[in-house]
Design a protein. Structure first.
Length: 453
């Protein structure tokens, strides 16, 4: 019996210059190695055809040599390290302010780069993220620090997913570090007292003879529950006189290297309109200045797509900065406390209302007057894209009724608090004994007293 032929024939003796030439699976293969010792193959039905294809491929490779290998992980390549990805993200993202950019860099360089900085971003796994959390705990990093670093790294990796550098964010499969939200606890503890103070400030700054009347429009923008960037980014065109409506379409952003521009989106990327209470509308309408600065409106790529004349500006027409916002608000609170309790009164930590707390106060006032959660969230802008679709059926008539109730309720509450606090101030000035004057009860305390009776 004749032995069966193998599909792959043993290589025959080749001619000089042929290189590796052998028959495989019914066709001939010409094999060779290049200068970098990489193996190549060319196939043909005959030895001559395989050698001809080999010669052609070598000729093409000689005329158009391969691109040199890029250094692994270098910036601009498709596989950067975490350190290089951080640099690219921070330098190329124009939507990050200088203050935030510095904070993000310090956080990442302290808590992330020493541990996974040289690791390729594409090779990061959920286990790496868990190990990173464990390392932070071993280093006894604070809860707030861990949470903020986690949030920053998550934002960076999400940006890389959006650009297609990585397919998925490994952090999404890992629970974020837990933290005690002391700010939320502080707000919860003092919401009644702070709401009372905020209402008093609204009524006080509304008076033309008040030294801080020039900031009344800024206070009323805060009383709408707007975010800082939204309030400072209101344009004159966003205030619609016919319907007394405010469109929240832009927010103020700081340029790299200084200066400001308007970004055509809110924090969650969606626009919203607020039917204003009349007192809010009048305060904002009187804030218009002819000499107000006009800022460019830029898209995500930094391209100029329009411009907007600012509504809330300083007397010289320049826009308020982020620092102005905080300093003016603290100055107003300090002056108001001295107005009520005397020149010796100081603004203590528990007395101070942080600007963001005004969103909570606005929400509390609207909730107290019986507005639905849907209405409150549509005003504050607390919505995901899915929520936005859910809220689109909110009728205009409902918005008008909300604005009317809001105006009546806020006006009466502010008037009541103002008159009460003015009586306290008068009693304080007429009395030599500071202990005679007591702090007025809050609405919650009054309700508890009435319930007990």
């Amino acid at each position: 019996m004749k032995p069966m032929k193998s599909k792959t024939t043993i290589r025959t003796r080749r001619r000089k210059g042929d290189g590796g030439l052998y028959e495989e699976s019914g066709q001939w293969c010409a094999e060779w190695h290049d200068s970098e010792n990489r193996r190549h193959r060319a196939y043909g039905a005959t030895p001559e055809l395989a050698l001809a294809r080999k010669a052609k491929r070598i000729q093409v490779a000689f005329i158009r040599p391969p691109k040199p290998k890029q250094k692994r992980g270098s910036i601009g390549t498709s596989n950067p390290t975490v350190r290089q990805a951080m640099e690219t993200w921070l330098l190329n993202n124009e939507h990050i302010g200088e203050v935030s950019r510095g904070k993000y860099r310090r956080n990442l360089e302290r808590y992330v780069i020493p541990y996974i900085g040289n690791r390729a971003v594409k090779r990061l796994t959920p286990d790496d993220m868990e190990t990173l959390k464990t390392t932070w705990k071993q280093q006894q990093a604070g809860q707030s620090a861990m949470w903020h670093v986690w949030k920053t790294l998550n934002t960076m990796l999400n940006a890389m997913v959006k650009k297609g550098t990585i397919k998925s964010n490994p952090m999404l499969q890992v629970d974020a570090p837990k933290r005690t939200n002391r700010r939320a606890e502080h707000i919860e503890a003092y919401i009644d007292d702070h709401t009372q103070t905020a209402l008093g400030i609204i009524a006080w700054t509304a008076k033309e003879d008040t030294p801080y009347h020039r900031y009344h429009a800024l206070v009323m923008a805060m009383a709408l529950g707007l975010r800082r960037a939204e309030a400072l980014g209101i344009t004159q065109a966003a205030l619609l006189p016919a319907s007394e409506t405010l469109e929240i379409r832009t927010r103020l952003k700081q340029k790299v290297g200084g200066g400001y521009y308007l970004q055509p989106a809110t924090k969650n990327g969606h626009y919203r309109t607020i039917r204003l209470p009349h007192m809010h509308y009048m305060a904002l309408a009187t804030a218009r200045r002819e000499n107000a600065i006009t800022l460019p409106i830029q898209d995500e790529d930094g391209a100029r797509i329009g411009e907007g004349k600012m509504l809330l500006t300083r007397e010289d027409g320049k826009n308020y900065t982020y620092n102005d916002w905080g300093e003016i608000w603290r100055e107003i609170q300090t002056a108001y406390k001295k107005h009520i309790w005397g020149e010796d009164a100081k603004l203590e930590i528990d007395d101070y209302i942080i600007p963001h707390e005004m969103r909570h106060i606005t929400s509390s006032i609207l909730g107290e007057q019986g507005e639905s959660m849907k209405t409150v969230q549509s005003i504050l802008g607390h919505m995901t894209p899915e929520m936005t679709e859910h809220y689109t059926h909110l009728l205009e008539s409902g918005k008008i009724e909300t604005a009317e109730r809001w105006n009546t309720n806020l006006e009466s509450m502010a008037e009541f608090i103002s008159s009460t606090m003015e009586e306290v101030a008068k009693a304080k000035s007429d009395s030599d004994d500071k202990n005679v004057v007591s702090r007025p009860t809050t609405r919650k305390q009054e309700k508890q007293i009435n319930d007990n009776q």
